[in-house]
Write a protein that binds this ligand. Structure first.
Ligand code: AMP
Length: 551
């Protein structure tokens, strides 16, 4: 029997960030927004911010910003950046957060590719903008977010002043009716290969992603939390946390330009009673060292979201011993970024807990995942053994890039190819093996650079380790470790000790050909190990010397 289609009788309510702003205004007036600045702590509330957001929207309109125009920000995590997060998308334009750690030529490419019309810049970041002047023709207006008391900048073209612009506008703005499919924000991938590509989030995707972030079994941020996002506001919208905080009504604490400094993180977290931190592993490696050194602790912090790279076991254990609970999450700019979270069910045996927390977790509600064979494209079983490329689909997953780059990223049947290689257990726990481009092919077999790095970082004298595959005449590629000794063991740990340590922990043929000690692992613009730089500068393997090890 054929079933007649009957329409549901629910409202066609457009999902947009205006709803988040509505909640901020109506429900969370008293919640604080705190920023560390050079001259001290800046303190405001959502209630005080809302009229400023309205004024900012008025100013954007006055300087000619129209729906769909890209408005770029070159800014730290701070209260003005949060105002821009709301005003730009809610008035119909597109918030384009620029990564302030990129080289000038990348910034130039990105601004031109996005055809940004207006650029908001923090005064301390003007030196980054200077080399771009004359090379970014689409920018019609630059707005300076000046530091109070700082001298006016020299050698810059005419710029508008943020506070003067706001002062000239009204406390209320007639927010336009938006369609949920409209672009709200834009972020570029970090461009580890080739030029960065623009990911364009819609109001709908941001709204649903925000709801996803808030779920208890996902990132679970709540109204009683005090959020301190170390992750920059330009890295995949700070993992969606600023909007989640606005939706839930969490107090927010920003580090301004002090985000890379463990002492500042700890002091600010202590002072503002932070309960919820978020950032990449390298941040927590530094923070753990500082806590151990000073004997300080952060007992109010209940969650430390850690993603962007795999969490090394040694880091998870150290943080546990310091009373800081890491919540491991996986995602990418193209997935808004939340893709999976490693929550452990209550009935898990204690001896299995750590192992599950170290996986990339289970795919988040709203997103579907599969792994496929790289050659045949066939879907692989979730048996914890077979590994292949992760593909995902869902309402906050990209279907393409701005300007149509890389159309092959979407499979014919509509799944996004992530470029991450993983296995999935029957219970759905994802274990990332590597990026497709980082996996080491040795004698026809694969070596996971991620697993090898984790094994090396478990050595008590090692602080950081990155592994790359280098060409080898006989084996095609062989692993080489770049290791950084903990400061107290500098010069006191050698190649043989590491290799000896690895025996029995990894397959014999995974034991690296060489362990090279360096002072610091180069980092990408978002704080991940930059293997591209290691590869570019790597001297070839000394072949023939250590053949025995691989037999
Ligand atoms: P980005 O777009 O800069 O955030 O980079 C996304 C990439 O970072 C992913 O495709 C992964 O390769 C890597 N990544 C993110 N989170 C994790 C994680 N928890 N474990 C391993 N790799 C990760």
């Amino acid at each position: 029997m054929e079933v007649a289609a009957v329409e549901g009788l629910m409202q066609d309510y457009e999902l947009s960030l205006q709803h988040v702003l509505w909640r901020v205004e109506r429900l969370h007036q008293n919640k604080e927004v705190v920023t560390k600045r050079d001259e001290g702590i800046h303190r405001t509330t959502y209630g005080e911010m809302v009229p400023r957001i309205n004024r900012l929207a008025g100013a954007l309109k006055r300087i000619g910003v129209k729906p769909g125009d890209r408005v770029a920000t070159l800014a730290w995590n701070n209260n003005r950046h949060l105002e821009l997060y709301y005003a730009i998308p809610c008035m119909g334009a597109v918030l384009h957060t620029l990564n302030l750690r990129l080289f000038p030529q990348h910034l130039e490419f990105i601004i031109n590719d996005a055809a940004d019309k207006v650029l908001f810049v923090d005064q301390t970041l003007l030196p980054l903008l200077k080399p771009l002047l004359g090379k970014i023709p689409t920018i019609e207006t630059i707005v300076l977010m000046a530091e109070p008391g700082a001298p006016p900048p020299e050698g810059m073209p005419q710029m508008l002043d943020y506070e003067s612009l706001l002062a000239a506008e009204s406390d209320s703005y007639p927010w336009p009716k938006l369609s949920e499919r409209m672009a709200a924000a834009m972020c570029y991938t970090s461009g580890t290969t080739g030029n960065p590509k623009g990911v364009v989030y819609s109001h709908r995707s941001q709204f649903i992603h925000t709801m996803g972030v808030l779920q208890l079994d996902n990132l679970g941020l709540g109204s009683n939390d005090v959020l301190l996002p170390v992750v920059p506001m330009f890295h995949a919208n700070s993992w969606g946390l600023p909007y989640a905080a606005g939706m839930a009504g969490s107090k927010v604490v920003f580090l301004g330009r002090f985000s890379a400094d463990a002492k500042s993180i700890v002091e600010l977290a202590e002072q503002e009673d932070a309960t919820y931190l978020a950032g990449v592993p390298t941040i927590w490696i530094g923070l753990a060292g500082y806590l151990k050194e000073t004997g300080k602790r952060l007992p109010k912090v209940r969650t430390v979201v850690c993603g962007g790279s795999a969490v090394p076991q040694a880091l998870m254990e150290t943080m546990d011993s310091l009373g800081l609970h890491i919540l491991h999450a996986w995602g990418m700019t193209e997935t808004s970024p939340l893709g999976s979270v490693a929550r452990v069910p209550a009935d898990t045996k204690p001896e299995d807990e750590l192992r599950l927390r170290l996986t990339q977790g289970r795919v988040t509600p709203g997103v579907e995942i599969r792994i496929t064979d790289p050659t045949s494209g066939e879907e692989l079983p979730w048996d914890g053994v077979a590994f292949g490329e992760i593909q995902v689909r869902g309402p906050w997953i990209a279907r393409g890039y701005h300007n149509g780059y890389d159309p092959d990223k979407l499979t014919e049947d509509g799944w996004f190819r992530t470029g991450d290689v993983a296995k999935i257990s029957p219970e759905g726990y994802i274990q990332i093996v590597d990026r497709t481009k980082d996996v080491i092919k040795s004698g026809g077999e694969w070596i996971s650079s991620v697993e090898l790095e984790n094994a090396v970082m478990a050595h008590p004298k090692i602080l950081e380790a990155a592994v790359i595959g280098l060409p080898h005449a006989r084996w095609d590629e062989r692993p080489v470790v770049y290791a950084v000794a903990r400061p107290e063991f500098k010069g006191q740990v050698g190649e043989d000790e590491i290799k000896e340590f690895l025996k029995g922990k990894v397959a014999k043929w995974w034991v690296p050909d060489e362990v090279r000690f360096i002072d610091e692992v180069p980092k990408t613009s978002v704080g991940k190990f930059d293997k591209k730089v290691l590869r570019a500068n790597a001297v070839p393997i000394k072949e023939g010397v250590k053949e025995e090890a691989r037999k």
